[in-house]
Design a protein around this ligand. Structure first.
Ligand code: SF4
Length: 460
């Protein structure tokens, strides 16, 4: 009973968050920057911030995450971090030779008011940025938003710095995947390839944070979108942004800077959201959906209908990132389950409206909350008032699951105590099949555990 002090009485809170359902902005900015080929993320703040951001990503992806820091000490904290960043830029290009340094700010440098545009311009003017190399930045004060906001800000920075309005017009479609796993980014590219649609996807962390073991250390893995690809995306036929919280800002930036028409979708997690993604790609590119994709969809539908008796009416509590939650809730609703408690720590405009749309009026009792007080403490209190059959969320949910004896499925960020999330997709029909298998497995394991001997079934 590690959370034994949690009570079921919910008191109004306005300035206290307990066990937040989010993490800090620079973690997301660092993750997005890793989706750029030959890029070294740089944290403009203290070493402690950078260590935390790197370790959060390393523990989730089980890969060494490289990043540099401005290493603020007392002097930089008082007088500003310009000198530190200028020195860092020289050192990084000399020692580590990236194509791009992607700087994100931290609480400290934002509070001081460091002007990154001015500092980067000074570095360029003083010849500290070699020919053909780049320093970009995103503002990521962590007292606002969350890791999702940080991802969104860095994704937008990729467009602002690199997308070229003069790029040659092409038939290529730009995909902005939002914060999903490397496996998801790989699956989105696979689906596009099977449809016969040429795409550029960025940020792209596939082959960066899921690299094969070769026995040879590559400081910059082979994956990631290149600067040239992002420049060329300015001439794309169209762009698709997936998930408003993580991708809308970059999508709108590409539209306003380069005139690329953008379509904003929810993340293609679950059957219906994947249908919309496939249909949008099909329509934009003018292609036919191949039989292999139709068959994949059909197999998913078959398992859903075969296993309906295990899913119908099951109450679910779910927490995580807003874009993921909206699509997951829509999928759970399709499965005839009841997502009754839905919480995200990321402040999200229109969150309740999006969730209600995903629920289609089927779960009028659903409690939905986003923002600072939408924390895991509140979620636990709701569960204590009336329990659920399943909890879905990141690793931190295991404490609630253990105390309340609820089946638990890990999904989202961070997952610190299991593997698989970065290798098996959640997006697309294949991803939906995997989610479904995990949900069914959790229910059947529980049924086996609790069954009296005379009801312990061999065949389920
Ligand atoms: S919340 Fe602020 S101070 Fe803490 S690690 Fe993140 S950026 Fe650094």
């Amino acid at each position: 009973m590690l959370l034994r002090h949690t009570t079921d009485e919910v008191l109004e809170r306005t300035s206290l968050t307990i066990n937040p359902a989010k993490t800090c902005q620079p973690v997301g900015a660092m993750y997005a920057a890793l989706g750029l080929h030959n890029c070294l993320p740089h944290s403009h703040g203290s070493q402690g911030c950078c260590s935390y951001h790197r370790s959060a990503l390393t523990k989730h992806y089980k890969e060494p995450v490289m990043a540099a820091t401005s290493s603020f000490t007392e002097g930089a904290s008082v007088f500003g971090g310009q000198a530190n960043l200028l020195q860092a830029i020289t050192t990084i290009f000399t020692l580590y030779n990236p194509d791009v340094i992607a700087v994100h700010t931290t609480c400290l440098s934002e509070t001081i008011g460091d002007d990154l545009v001015q500092i980067i311009a000074k570095a360029v003017a003083e010849g500290k940025v070699p020919e053909g190399k780049h320093v970009i930045h995103a503002s990521t004060p962590s007292y606002q938003g969350s890791h999702v906001t940080g991802f969104s800000n860095m994704a937008k920075a990729l467009v602002t710095y690199f997308a070229d309005p003069e790029a040659a017009k092409s038939k290529q479609i730009t995909l902005m995947p939002g914060w999903v796993e490397p496996s998801d980014m790989r699956e989105l590219k696979n689906l596009a390839a099977r449809l016969g649609v040429e795409v550029t996807l960025y940020p792209d962390t596939s082959d960066v944070l899921d690299t094969p073991h070769t026995g040879k250390h590559e400081f910059y893995p082979k994956g990631g979108a290149t600067v040239e690809q992002i420049k060329a995306s300015g001439g794309s036929l169209a762009a698709i942004g997936m998930g408003p919280s993580a991708s809308q800002a970059a999508l709108e930036a590409l539209q306003s800077k380069c005139g690329v028409p953008g379509t904003l979708l929810e993340l293609p997690i679950g059957l219906q959201a994947t249908d919309r993604f496939i249909d949008t790609l099909r329509t934009l590119a003018g292609v036919e959906v191949p039989q292999s994709i139709t068959d994949e969809r059909g197999r998913l539908l078959d398992v859903i209908s075969d296993m309906h008796q295990y899913l119908h009416g099951k109450r679910v509590a779910i927490f995580g990132d807003p874009d993921q939650l909206v699509s997951l809730v829509e999928f759970l609703n399709l499965l005839d389950m009841k997502p009754v408690y839905i919480v995200t720590g990321t402040p999200t405009p229109q969150f309740e409206t999006r969730i209600q749309t995903a629920l289609g009026g089927n779960v009028p009792e659903a409690k939905i909350k986003a923002g600072l007080q939408a924390d895991m403490y509140l979620l636990h209190q709701w569960i204590k008032q009336e329990s659920v059959d399943l909890l879905i969320g990141n690793t931190y949910g295991k404490y609630i699951a253990r105390d309340e004896d609820i089946p638990f499925i890990r999904h989202g960020f961070p997952i610190l105590d299991r593997v698989g999330h970065s290798y098996f997709p959640s997006v697309g029909y294949a991803g939906a099949m995997r989610l479904l298998e995990k949900i069914l497995g959790a229910f059947m394991d529980r049924q086996d555990r609790d069954a009296p001997e005379e009801r312990f079934e061999l065949t389920m």
